[in-house]
Design a protein around this ligand. Structure first.
Ligand SMILES: *[C@@H]1O[C@H](CO)[C@@H](O)[C@H](O)[C@H]1NC(C)=O
Ligand SMILES: *[C@@H]1O[C@H](CO)[C@@H](O)[C@H](O)[C@H]1NC(C)=O
Ligand SMILES: *[C@@H]1O[C@H](CO)[C@@H](O)[C@H](O)[C@H]1NC(C)=O
Length: 630
């Protein structure tokens, strides 16, 4: 009886067993050992030790023989969802693959495990990784957004998990795992996964992708590749970024935005087939502390901060184009922080910003302090800022498709700041001047986190106001109430601006002299909002429908009641949806009251009215701009 039971278990195990030994790549170092036979026997000894360790049920092990002339350091990892037996099977396969290489270092990467040895201590390294993207074939609509959000969640949750491992799925549409080597710190784990996620974004719409690094592993797929019972409950800081919240989220008693027929969503669009892409990204991971640049170097790189090198002047200081000694071109922002926050505080803020990595956010490469000056070094954006393409010489250069992509990219960048980074970052100054474009016209948001460098106390409008009139939500401009919804409002205005090619502070050319927002409401209420489209655009019928949908989403964002505005993930959901996503109607709130006295940035008092209608407030604010400019 007993033996039958045992056999049954064996069969069951065999049926469920999958050591995942499909190879993702091998590598061999070119250095050879000085004493090959001793090296060989030491290597075998470390492998035996690793195997013994894994057979205890561990999923991670290191072993070393630190002897001259050729020390050995070895590391083995199994994905935590593998059974003990599968882990050993995978390890054995990796060992076979790796011992074909007689040199001083080698690695074998499988889906299920990873084995590497070197003659130096590489345990903490996060400096190289291998990216594999699967074919692009009919992914469901919205797949890549859902995937991105899941990977972002894993990026945050995994470093907090015991064993640095998490496996999860989102709506059974996307499956993903993340794992870190137990030899790295929590911050190192997070950094490695961030870089892995960034690399995976280059897989775009592929149905699956993997990044293997010494320090971490990240994989996603459209189908499950781990047993259901290995699914981890993700511990996310503060908020549950749950797909439920995205789909038809209930926003405290106010409007609902999305009525969805979700099931329809995932079976659309078929896409081109693309060959599997294997890339070797070296040096892609650079994290943790911000790089320090020397003042002398930056001074030289910017021609002593010359006028010719100046490429912009933002709210926080001037920006210069700088060519570093190694010929890299960067942008240097020079902030004068004399009356700002204490220095120590400051450094922690800069560190926070420098660890934000997202393809729609301008990357902070490092910093430099000199007296009261703080210099921030950013990646350089060839096409500068969006406003240069909406107005002036380049007006009308952006196609409708490009505009949609810019709107989408901006939304993703903001969503990352609000929902995916480990602390919520409210930008406070979303406007075309802060949306930079790279050579592919991909949108990247600049200046995020800088408002955090201002003194604390954001609750009162008179102390500091980081915003630009015309883009600022009324409750923030007038009452000083700061929340993520402040950015949503500005984003809505920017959307209208991108669609119409008009500044929010410009009046209509005809005799009505309407501001953009007021005109948008007017057209929207008469169901004529397609007329808002930039006359410089040449739209086909299909695009006209899209313009209408875009305006509708923008109007939800610019509602005067903050709680009625959608969250950024809801915006992305609506933007990425097809015809089955019904965008609810926005409501123009008739009246709204605010506190007495508003100080704007330079201290000028703008208004002393006790209460006014919202449109009055908008007019007041936009007129304020004109007054200030005079
Ligand atoms: C490892 O190498 C050292 C010298 O290089 C040698 O003395 C020793 O016997 C080797 N150890 C094993 C387990 O083979
Ligand atoms: C297995 O390896 C890990 C990581 O190097 C180590 O912490 C642990 O003590 C080892 N366990 C055994 C049983 O050798
Ligand atoms: C996942 O993508 C593959 C192609 O890579 C496809 O053959 C398969 O049907 C997809 N599976 C699901 C569940 O969508």
């Amino acid at each position: 009886m007993r033996s039958w039971w045992w056999l049954g278990l064996m069969l069951l195990q065999a049926a469920n067993s999958d050591p995942q030994t499909s190879s993702l790549g091998n590598g061999c170092s070119s250095d050879v050992p000085k004493d090959a036979s001793n090296f060989g026997s030491n290597l075998t000894a470390t492998f035996l030790q690793l195997r013994a360790n894994l057979s205890e049920g561990n999923k991670f092990a290191t072993a070393e023989r630190i002897v001259s002339p050729d020390p050995v350091y070895a590391m083995a990892q199994c994905r935590n969802y593998l059974s003990r037996t599968d882990c050993l099977t995978c390890f054995d396969a990796a060992q076979v693959a790796i011992t074909k290489c007689p040199n001083l270092g080698a690695r074998a990467v499988f889906d299920g495990c990873f084995l590497r040895y070197e003659s130096y201590d590489f345990y903490q390294r996060t400096s190289e990784h291998w990216l594999t993207c699967e074919d692009v074939s009919s992914t469901a609509a919205g797949f890549s957004e859902v995937k991105d959000r899941l990977l972002s969640d894993l990026e945050v949750a995994t470093p907090r998990m015991k064993g640095y491992f998490a496996a999860s799925n989102r709506n059974t549409i996307v499956y993903a795992v993340a794992q870190c080597a137990l030899t790295v710190t929590q911050l190192g784990c997070r950094g490695c996964l961030q870089a892995a996620h960034t690399s995976l974004q280059s897989c775009r719409d592929a149905t699956g992708g993997r990044v293997t690094d010494v320090a971490c592993f990240m994989r996603y797929s459209n189908q499950s590749f781990f047993p259901d019972d290995q699914t981890t409950h993700l511990k996310l800081p503060g908020k549950g970024i749950d797909e439920k919240a995205v789909i038809g989220g209930t926003v405290g008693g106010s409007l609902l935005f999305v009525i969805v027929t979700i099931t329809l969503m995932w079976f659309k669009f078929s896409r081109q087939l693309k060959n599997a892409l294997i890339a070797n990204i070296l040096g892609a991971t650079q994290l943790q502390l911000p790089n320090r640049y020397s003042y002398t170097d930056l001074k030289e790189a910017t021609n002593n901060f010359s006028e010719e090198n100046k490429i912009g002047q933002g709210a926080f200081g001037a920006v210069y184009k700088a060519t570093l000694k190694n010929d890299t071109v960067v942008a240097v922002k020079k902030l004068d922080m004399k009356h700002r926050r204490a220095k120590a505080d400051f450094e922690s803020e800069v560190r926070l910003i420098s660890n934000v990595h997202h393809c729609n956010l301008v990357r902070l490469l490092g910093c430099c302090t000199k007296g009261s000056d703080l210099l921030l070094v950013y990646e350089f954006m060839e096409n500068k800022s969006l406003d240069r393409f909406l107005y002036g010489q380049n007006r009308g250069l952006l196609s409708w498709k490009q505009r949609v992509d810019i709107i989408f990219g901006t939304a993703k960048g903001i969503a990352y700041l609000h929902e995916d980074y480990h602390t919520t970052i409210i930008h406070r100054d979303i406007k075309p001047g802060n949306i930079l474009l790279n050579h592919h016209f991909q949108a990247k948001i600049a200046d995020f986190g800088l408002a955090r460098l201002l003194p604390e106390n954001q609750t009162h409008a008179s102390t500091n106001f980081a915003g630009t009139l015309g883009y600022t939500a009324p409750e923030y401009a007038i009452g000083g109430h700061l929340s993520e919804k402040v950015d949503i409002y500005s984003f809505g205005i920017v959307m209208l601006e991108i669609i119409s090619g008009r500044r929010p502070t410009d009046v209509t050319p005809d005799s009505t002299y309407e501001y953009l927002l007021k005109e948008a409401w007017k057209l929207y209420e008469r169901d004529m909002h397609q007329n808002l489209a930039d006359v410089a655009l040449n739209l086909n019928e299909y695009q006209v429908e899209e313009v209408k949908k875009m305006v509708e989403i923008a109007m939800l964002c610019v509602q005067s009641t903050p709680s009625s505005r959608p969250t950024m993930s809801q915006v992305i959901f609506m933007l990425s949806g097809d015809g089955s996503v019904v965008v609810q109607r926005a409501v123009r709130t008739p009246s709204f009251s605010y506190e007495v006295g508003v100080h704007i940035d330079n201290g000028s008092l703008l208004s002393t009215q006790e209460s006014a209608s919202e449109s009055d407030a908008t007019t007041l604010l936009t007129q304020g701009v004109t007054d200030l400019e005079k």
